[in-house]
Write a protein that binds this ligand. Structure first.
Ligand SMILES: CC(C)(COP(=O)(O)OP(=O)(O)OC[C@H]1O[C@@H](n2cnc3c(N)ncnc32)[C@H](O)[C@@H]1OP(=O)(O)O)[C@@H](O)C(=O)NCCC(=O)NCCS
Length: 166
């Protein structure tokens, strides 16, 4: 799948059911929240994930979905200049999809911001590669884990082509 095509579409206009997009998000969330008690991770299924995405849309946020081989492979959200919910399905990680989603959301901002968990060194590497830097602002998240704020480079506003490997 290294040269597969990815199309990025607004969730309200993508060819997938909301439930399928939610399942993709929930699977990625569960795979990346192993630091929570197992019952809390297991409880993050369709309903919990759906209410988060519904709430985000109700607040005026946008959600984009990566379409790879006619399957939802990942999502990213944007409210104002704050990027969030960058989640790629575990089976589709490390193929460049997260980078494409991040670039796409960033292109809709002047100066994108996001929060990343202090323990999520993989995501931090990805954000650094895309020019994001820590602002020094942080807030508690869970036990000793913090959410660290990052700010991205000012963007020209040109939306990138969404093709993996291009
Ligand atoms: C982080 C994530 C969005 C990256 O998407 P992706 O499509 O896998 O990323 P790309 O293929 O474009 O780039 C690969 C880079 O992503 C990061 N990455 C890959 N898998 C990751 C994972 N499971 N967790 C965290 N970061 C990961 C690494 O920086 C990797 O580069 P590396 O070669 O230096 O390790 C995706 O792995 C994911 O959904 N992880 C779980 C949820 C998460 O951590 N989201 C970020 C919230 S701030």
């Amino acid at each position: 799948m290294s040269r597969a095509e990815v199309s990025i579409r607004d969730i309200t206009r993508c060819p997938f059911s909301f439930a399928d997009v939610v399942q993709c998000y929930a699977a990625s969330w569960r795979s990346s929240h192993g630091f929570f008690p197992p019952e809390r991770v297991a409880a993050f299924t369709g309903d919990a994930a759906a209410s988060i995405l519904t709430d985000l849309l109700a607040k005026g946020g946008r959600i984009w979905v990566a379409d790879v081989d006619s399957m939802p492979a990942g999502i990213v959200a944007l409210i104002g200049e704050e990027i969030s919910k960058l989640y790629v399905h575990p089976d589709a990680q490390n193929l460049g999809i997260g980078s494409k989603l991040l670039a796409y959301a960033s292109a809709h901002c002047h100066t994108p911001r996001l929060h990343v968990l202090s323990i999520n060194l993989g995501a931090q590497r990805l954000y650094f590669r895309h020019g994001f830097r820590f602002t020094g602002n942080r807030r508690p998240f869970f036990e000793r884990i913090m959410e660290l704020e990052m700010i991205g480079p000012a963007h020209s506003g040109k939306v990138p082509l969404a093709t993996i490997g291009d």
